[in-house]
Design a protein around this ligand. Structure first.
Ligand code: CA
Length: 526
């Protein structure tokens, strides 16, 4: 993946611009490749351009500057195809735009505007299942209903009977009977999401056509939904599907990106890298039980965090040398960070600092940079309207119909936080700016400096393109001194190139001693 499309002029602004007075920081990364800072957008709840209360593609286009200013140069659009549900993970037509979100023209316009701002767009590819209202499923079930007694289905007459898992046997409670027939179908997520049969080559060819269609529209990659469930527990088959689709995509666009949702154990995620596709979401570092939150809470020390991080990097590289890690803290299926950390802003800042110090392409769920809340475990409550303003401002969405009423956001809205240098938003922005200005952070190889790493203090080097930077973690609330002279490494000529600190103070390096503030990540470079 270390193949550069172009090298941009950045940086003039950037070093000065990543400090605490960074209002005019450069937003472009120094290198444009598939290492990106992604912003995950649930279109429905993001920005409403036409006043019907539902977010839409034009709304996303209107807010591209917000995404770019934050320092993100990639967007993951949750599903935009026609669907029967508000979340749109049950697709009825893989080559159209849901009218709630706008038109194909709006989509094309969004892609063009995003590319003009050096933002890549990846779209959700939901192929574990379709909607029960997809024409394939309707035709297949109509055909099965029309069979005479004793007549077996013939895929030469109706190919769609091979597109799904049909059986006369109800294999378990995720199999549902088709009215008026003796047949059942598999719907592992929901009765209205029949599982597709990806071992059928005609279906695979249709999916390749669908992916080509979106690449032709200009998308830069795909977020693969639920490959763990393509065939339950069949890792070998599932990785072969991912590989086949990725190889197809590369024939259309050699720079195409793919990131997959394998919500499973660390071991299992590692096995999916055998697909030779670039990225698996890093679920082991995410969620309340993951390493980022555990470290923030003090249940894990910085020392442990970096050792886990390096172990993870090494394990993945062995599986796929060109892998790109895809760390995140939470997504649309999880309680928000604010809830996990009881709304403590300093802790949210520490979590963000840890996330944005990791290699690969970090993913930020919309509103995470504000500290937005979810409520309970109900999915709709994890996908509430983007909190642009506490006034009745333009673009505010009504949110999912079945979200609980009366949930109020406790954080300050975007319009306030953008103006407040001490806000969580500005901490994300600062960390992303430092990341964009220093390509080694995302792309380098990490080595722990054992002599300087103990308990809540950890120091690593990260080397890329013959340049080495150093990262100092302090996961305690107290400021400390780190004596570089205690290590054998050559530290000559270093200076502080960035501080991401929950309490706002900058790190300082004097005569081999680095003063680092509490809850901080400090970057040193030459
Ligand atoms: Ca709208």
């Amino acid at each position: 993946m270390k193949k550069f499309v172009s090298v941009l002029l950045v940086i003039a602004l950037c070093m000065a611009g990543c400090g605490r007075d960074s209002s005019s920081a450069s937003v472009y990364a120094a290198v444009e490749d598939n290492y990106r800072n992604y912003y995950e957008i649930f279109v429905y709840s993001f920005y409403d351009s036409d006043g019907d209360g539902i977010g839409d593609l034009k709304g996303v286009e209107e807010k591209l500057d917000y995404v770019a200013d934050l320092g993100c140069n990639g967007i993951w659009l949750m599903p935009v195809c026609p669907s029967t549900t508000y979340h749109k993970y049950d697709v009825t037509d893989y080559m159209s735009i849901d009218p709630e979100y706008g038109t194909m023209q709006d989509f094309e316009s969004l892609i063009k505007a995003a590319h003009d701002k050096h933002i890549n767009i990846i779209v959700d590819m939901v192929i574990n299942h379709s909607s029960s209202k997809h024409p394939w499923f309707i035709e297949a079930t109509d055909y099965l209903r029309g069979l005479n007694v004793g007549e077996e289905p013939d895929s030469a007459i109706c190919p769609y009977v091979d597109y799904y898992h049909f059986s006369k046997e109800k294999k378990d409670n995720t199999w549902y009977q088709i009215d008026g027939t003796e047949y059942y179908y598999e719907g592992s997520f929901w009765s209205e999401m029949p599982d597709l049969n990806l071992s059928d080559q005609r279906l695979m060819n249709e999916i390749k056509d669908i992916m080509s269609f979106w690449m032709d529209k200009g998308v830069d990659g795909f977020r693969m939904d639920a490959p763990l469930h393509y065939e339950e527990t069949d890792t070998k088959f599932n990785t072969s599907v991912l590989n086949e689709l990725y190889e197809h995509c590369k024939t259309v666009n050699p720079d195409i990106y793919m990131v997959s949702e394998v919500w499973a154990s660390e071991q299992s995620i590692e096995e999916y890298y055998d697909s030779n596709t670039p990225s698996m979401f890093d679920f082991t570092f995410a969620q309340a039980e993951g390493d980022i939150i555990k470290t923030t809470r003090g249940n894990e020390k910085a020392e442990r965090f970096v050792s886990r991080m390096v172990e993870y990097e090494d394990g993945r590289s062995k599986r796929n040398p060109t892998y790109i890690n895809a760390p995140f803290i939470t997504n649309h299926d999880m309680p928000r960070v604010s809830n996990v950390l009881n709304g403590k802003t300093d802790k949210m800042k520490m979590s963000a600092a840890l996330l944005l110090s990791m290699t690969g392409s970090p993913f930020i769920y919309y509103g995470e940079e504000l500290g937005m809340s979810s409520s309970g475990t109900k999915d709709e409550n994890k996908r509430l309207p983007m909190y642009w303003s506490d006034k009745d401002a333009a673009g505010m969405c009504k949110g999912p119909v079945d979200a609980d009423e009366g949930i109020t956001q406790k954080c300050e809205p975007a319009d306030i936080q953008c103006e407040d240098e001490t806000s969580l938003y500005n901490l994300y922005k600062r960390a992303l700016c430092i990341r964009n200005a220093n390509p080694a952070i995302a792309r380098g190889k990490s080595v722990i400096l054992d002599e300087l790493t103990r308990d809540n203090i950890a120091v690593i080097s990260r080397t890329w393109d013959e340049k080495t930077i150093y990262i100092i973690y302090n996961t305690s609330k107290e400021g400390v001194e780190v004596g570089l002279k205690d290590a054998t490494e050559d530290f000559s000529g270093l200076s502080v190139i960035g501080t991401v600190s929950a309490y706002g103070t900058e790190s300082a390096l004097n005569e081999g001693i680095v003063n680092v503030p509490g809850y901080s990540v400090t970057y040193l470079g030459r």
